[in-house]
Write a protein that binds this ligand. Structure first.
Ligand code: 13P
Ligand code: SF4
Length: 298
């Protein structure tokens, strides 16, 4: 309680806001001013008029916020909270790929470094990937980086052939098996299975619905019996918000260690010391901004 009241005091004193991704620990989500998925948090970060944004999530999210809102000082409470998928392709690797397919439009998932965004034409998130792909003229080739699962799923939804990089989310790739699907479907025959598009094609083919984390939050408002194929933090949060419902995890192996690195004491230290300031290099930030703005314009 002492930490929470000190965080609140410092927030007011320093004109700071806390943004937190849906996978964060409940203690963080409760102290946050805004919670959401990657797209919602990007939009919030861009529009807030505040001196400091404390971004509780992983590095690519804080970098995106810093590019979208250069007026604010963006702090990442834990400096090494990263996303392994974002590091699965480098800007140099993307340049090589682009040279093989000159003229192709490059769509990059927001789970990527700023350098990769700077080399890409348009960004997307799990909630708008299909819409972004549909906005590209049918006669244009598309390169999609870095998530092979989101890329394949968006290709299937749009009927577009794409050159898809081989990156993946370690949590969604290895966290679920078809054995989990069978076991949980047998145990909960009336429940719908809701999957995040970072899951493998095998899991997505067996899901009743595929959606982003904020899509899941909204879906659970009206449904009582759901199985979720996503990171367990979101399911913990949903159960905290809706204690009377039966909202269960497809597997408890799906834990994002990076999302779990941030604790209240780190948020407090970030505010006290204004530490781990995310400062994108100006040239990269300007190019990454174009890629993000094209997505937001849609
Ligand atoms: P959302 O944008 O759906 O919240 O997904 C972000 C993420 O990193 C999922 O692993
Ligand atoms: Fe990255 Fe996967 Fe963690 Fe999301 S859940 S931040 S994609 S490692």
């Amino acid at each position: 309680m002492e930490i929470i009241s000190e965080i609140k005091r410092l927030k007011a004193e320093k004109n700071a806001l806390i943004l937190a991704h849906n996978y964060q620990d409940i203690s963080i989500l409760e102290v946050a001013d805004f919670t959401g998925d990657s797209l919602q948090l990007s939009i919030r970060a861009r529009e807030v008029e505040t001196g400091i944004i404390v971004f509780c999530g992983v590095r690519f999210m804080a970098e995106t916020a810093a590019v979208l809102n250069p007026r604010a000082k963006v702090l990442l409470p834990v400096a090494d909270a990263g996303c392994p998928m974002a590091d699965m392709i480098t800007a140099e690797e993307l340049r090589v790929l682009k040279s093989k397919y000159p003229g192709a439009v490059v769509v990059c998932y927001v789970n990527s470094t700023l350098e990769v965004k700077a080399e890409s034409d348009i960004c997307c998130t799990s909630s708008n990937a299909v819409r972004v792909i549909r906005s590209i003229p049918p006669d244009q080739q598309i390169i999609f980086v870095p998530d092979q699962n989101l890329g394949s799923w968006a290709a299937l939804q749009t009927g577009r052939e794409m050159i898809i990089h081989s990156g993946y989310c370690v949590v969604h790739q290895w966290g679920f098996t078809l054995g989990d699907v069978k076991r949980m479907r047998d145990k909960y025959p009336e429940h719908k299975l809701i999957a995040h598009p970072e899951c493998t094609n095998a899991i997505l083919q067996n899901a009743d619905e595929v959606m982003s984390t904020s899509g899941m939050m909204a879906y659970a408002q009206d449904q009582d019996k759901l199985i979720f194929a996503t990171e367990v933090g979101l399911i913990d949060y949903l159960n905290h918000l809706h204690p009377g419902k039966s909202l269960v995890a497809l597997s408890h192996r799906a834990i994002c260690k990076n999302m779990k690195k941030t604790h209240l004491k780190d948020v407090l230290s970030a505010l006290q010391q204004e530490r781990h300031h995310v400062k994108p290099e100006a040239g990269i930030a300007a190019k990454a901004l174009c890629c993000l703005e094209r997505m937001l314009a849609l």
